[in-house]
Ligand binder design. Structure first.
Ligand SMILES: CCCCCCCCCCCCC/C=C/C(=O)SCCNC(=O)CCNC(=O)[C@H](O)C(C)(C)COP(=O)(O)OP(=O)(O)OC[C@H]1O[C@@H](n2cnc3c(N)ncnc32)[C@H](O)[C@@H]1OP(=O)(O)O
Length: 299
């Protein structure tokens, strides 16, 4: 068993993330974490149940859990801590705010900032994706509200998705509706989840799907009443964890490693693409107009 535990924390982590070098940097917080099984940053709350080996991670960036640079950074640090914790086998990702899982990338991080800021922000988005999509743990998204764009990306990174059964809540990659373009690794993640044809159509149209429609083509795996999302996620996790870790952990990268590697190989070029795209005056105008529409919706 000890050998298997080592396998869980070594080989697949190397295979998937390509970011093992950061482990040494997190040793100090990890020691702190050992004595305190709940930890909280400003934007991320983690509750670890030692009896089940399952951590519940809640995003808490009201009002809509916009994925800001701060949230993304805290997310990646927290996930890294769990990843190296031998007692943690599963992660349930959810929102501390009712009605919204995540509104996706915080648009204010992509408006009117410097090229250096855009580069740092995009690197944090990449890091979140590499860690979550490449995680060794069983990952389940408990989608307790709307989940556009980057929120949908996070949910798709997980192994299994449970969503609140309400037509009020929608999920999808709506980037083109903002006049922006989902990068290739967003597209790869959606293709991995629902296949090429649906992805092609969804991405071009920037389609948001109400929960019942999302279930029909497998963008989410299960719908349950809103107040049952967390308990259902815990039950699904127990089922996933009944599979021996070593077998599941060798299987997961068979599918995901080539997708992860594609971004790892061109991270810098992808950052350059993002910075040059987002800095264009026409794109800035589109984003500003979209933000104005969001605010007008309320009046
Ligand atoms: C050669 C070319 C190569 C191409 C290269 C490609 C390079 C890459 C290009 C760029 C790629 C970027 C990828 C982007 C991904 C994203 O995630 S973009 C974000 C998209 N998100 C959205 O569209 C969501 C918008 N929000 C909503 O739909 C709703 O807010 C909600 C989530 C459904 C919640 O609704 P409700 O509860 O009614 O809240 P609201 O009243 O609408 O909002 C409350 C306040 O929050 C603000 N807000 C909402 N979303 C965001 C956000 N994403 N970022 C920042 N702020 C947001 C909203 O404006 C309200 O603000 P106030 O009025 O000040 O209260």
């Amino acid at each position: 068993m000890a050998a298997l535990a080592v396998l869980r924390r070594s080989a697949p982590a190397r295979l998937l993330s390509g970011t093992l070098c950061v482990h040494s940097r997190v040793l100090a917080p990890w020691r702190q974490y050992q004595s305190n099984r709940h930890f909280s940053n400003d934007k991320i709350l983690v509750e670890m149940d030692e009896s089940t080996g399952v951590a519940v991670m809640k995003m808490k960036n009201p009002p809509v859990n916009g994925l800001s640079l701060e949230l993304l950074t805290e997310f990646s640090i927290s996930l890294e801590k769990l990843e190296i914790d031998r007692g943690c086998r599963g992660l349930i990702l959810t929102s501390a705010s009712p009605k919204v899982f995540s509104a996706g990338l915080d648009i204010t991080e992509m408006c009117g900032k410097s090229a250096e800021h855009y580069a740092a922000f995009w690197k944090a988005v990449q890091e979140m994706w590499l860690k979550l999509f490449g995680s060794n743990m069983v990952t389940i998204a408990a989608i307790n509200g709307s989940s556009p764009a980057g929120g949908c990306l996070m949910a798709m990174c997980c192994d299994y998705r449970i969503m609140a059964d309400s037509p009020k809540y929608a999920i999808g990659l709506n980037e083109t509706q903002l006049g922006i373009v989902a990068p290739f690794w967003f597209k790869d993640t959606m293709t991995h989840t629902v296949g090429s044809r649906v992805t092609e159509q969804s991405l071009q149209l920037g389609q948001m799907y109400p929960a019942p429609a999302a279930l029909k083509f497998g963008l989410v795996d299960q719908l349950v009443p809103e107040d049952k999302v967390q308990i259902t996620a815990a039950a699904a996790m127990a089922q996933w964890l009944s599979v021996p870790d070593h077998a599941r952990q060798i299987t997961k990268p068979m599918i995901r490693k080539p997708i992860v590697d594609r971004l790892v190989k061109q991270r810098e070029a992808d950052i350059d693409n993002f910075v040059s795209f987002i800095s264009k005056e026409s794109i800035q105008k589109s984003l500003q107009a979209y933000m104005d529409r969001l605010k007008q919706k309320k009046q």
